[in-house]
Design a protein. Structure first.
Length: 88
């Protein structure tokens, strides 16, 4: 299901699911991946509504470059439930 992704997006997806490297992902990289696989809509309350396939989540985007642990967990779940996991 990740065949259509660029190498950059594939690497970001792999890093997100890799527990050792997931803390080194910057928001702009992940946002680019999310736009490539779904839709990202800015809401009036400064939150982002992200839809991937039939799955959706509303988040507050991080105010800094790196992602906190809970956001990583939530985004992993979103992508996994939508059928997007790195291939082995």
């Amino acid at each position: 299901m990740t065949d259509h992704l660029s190498n950059h997006h594939r690497n970001t997806l792999e890093n997100l699911f890799n527990h050792e490297r997931s803390g080194n992902i910057h928001w702009r990289e992940l946002e680019s991946l999310l736009v490539a696989v779904g839709t990202v809509e800015e809401r009036h309350n400064d939150k982002l509504h992200i839809t991937v396939g039939d799955e959706a989540i509303t988040i507050a985007p991080p105010g800094h470059g790196d992602l906190d642990k809970q956001l990583i967990v939530d985004l992993r779940r979103l992508l996994k439930d939508a059928g997007l996991e790195p291939t082995a």
